[in-house]
Write a new protein. Structure first.
Length: 395
């Protein structure tokens, strides 16, 4: 029997429906948006709120904060590719046992080596264990910011680096390293934000304090299978290389997870082999053309390694940095066609790289007005401003 083919057009339709970007498919709450996308990128704090805004109606920034910090149905967690995400709460044990654990192992080696090289302690592993324990003792007394912890825990007061004249070698505090490692293992979590929602200023707390009952990490294979299952339902079809890149894992781990799930091979338009969940082989059906304005590092944009089915390769230098980090993007009918910026008053402006026709332009301008109203004068700063964003901001 011939393998099913899933066309680029069908893949773009799936984005509109499953990623809740087509207006008829927008969602009503923060947890539903997060689950639809598997996880939300959170390296830039504002991405979480803007990703929800693009996929919902009637949800305010305050609603996003309430779900993160009051209901706690979604939780920030460092995981795949050492990237900060917002996870559905029940998916955390899968990450703790697989993607986060993998990063924790490499982080321990890096931290221990740097501590010994800096002369802080001859045994970097022993130092890290002591610093972790002292931090947990302090957090058992109550939540604290990184600054609080540096003041209260002597082991966290040190600095590393700055011993050469190289521009990238600057002194950095060790406290974030220890907190990162504890977070990767699910011992601590990022609690309430100590600043505006567009900024990452976490208050740290123990997982028990924040979550109550803390489920144990899944074993590595089960954890990876759970993450790959969610990826397939959100992003499928995609290649094994797409999954490996997103997961930040090995080819062996991906191959095993696909086998555990009974994933189905399909043919893609570029001649490669894609994978879908066995319950997800049907067509999406017709989808009306849709427009969307997505934030930097949006989960849709960062869902695949191979992006030609929704991104003209000639646009990549304008919309991504050399490390593959995406700036803001403007979408028309399932394809990236440019980016967006804000002026000094907070008004959202389009910067397009191709002609989208009158219907496309009208739809994108409507989204620009919708986003301007949602932001209500808040101007977002960007770590990952693309070339096109910088050019669009010039006078």
């Amino acid at each position: 029997m011939a393998r099913r083919r899933i066309s680029d057009s069908e893949r773009r339709s799936r984005i509109g429906v499953r990623h809740a970007l087509a207006p008829a498919h927008r969602l009503a709450d923060v947890a539903a948006v997060t689950r639809a996308m598997t996880v939300l990128h959170a390296t830039e704090a504002a991405t979480v709120h803007l990703a929800v805004a693009a996929r919902s109606e009637g949800i305010t920034p305050e609603d996003v904060d309430a779900e993160l910090y009051d209901a706690r149905s979604v939780v920030k967690q460092l995981a795949m590719r050492r990237t900060l995400f917002v996870f559905p709460r029940d998916l955390l044990p899968a990450a703790w046992g697989s993607a986060s654990a993998r990063v924790a192992t490499s982080e321990r080696k890096r931290i221990a080596k740097a501590i010994a090289a800096a002369g802080i302690a001859p045994d970097g592993d022993a130092w890290l264990d002591a610093a972790r324990e002292a931090t947990l003792v302090r957090l058992a007394a109550g939540p604290a910011t990184t600054a609080d912890l540096r003041a209260d825990v002597p082991e966290l007061a040190g600095m590393v680096g700055g011993t050469t004249d190289k521009p990238y070698d600057r002194p950095v505090p060790v406290a974030p390293w220890v907190l990162t490692h504890l977070g990767l293992e699910g011992k601590v979590v990022r609690g309430r934000n100590a600043g505006h929602w567009r900024l990452n200023k976490p208050t740290w707390t123990t997982a028990e304090h924040w979550l109550g009952v803390v489920e144990p990490p899944l074993d590595e294979h089960t954890g990876y299978a759970a993450l790959v299952r969610e990826w397939l339902l959100t992003f499928g079809p995609g290649t094994a290389a797409d999954i490996q890149w997103w997961l930040g894992s090995t080819k062996t781990a991906v191959t095993r997870a696909l086998a555990d799930l009974g994933a189905v091979e399909v043919d893609l338009d570029d001649g490669s082999t894609g994978w879908v969940h066995p319950d997800d082989v049907g067509d999406t059906g017709p989808v009306e053309p849709w427009a969307a304005l997505l934030p930097t590092l949006d989960p849709t944009v960062m869902g695949w390694k191979a992006r030609d089915f929704y991104l003209d390769p000639s646009h990549v230098p304008y919309l991504f940095d050399t490390n593959g980090n995406a700036g803001t993007t403007a979408w028309w009918d399932g394809r990236i066609v440019g980016c967006w910026v804000q002026d000094e008053e907070g008004v959202v402006r389009l910067s397009l790289l191709e002609d989208v026709g009158p219907d496309g332009l009208a739809a994108l301008e409507h989204e620009a007005r919708r986003l301007t109203a949602w932001l209500d004068g808040t101007v977002i700063g960007h770590i990952y401003a693309s070339r096109q964003m910088r050019q669009a901001k010039l006078p």
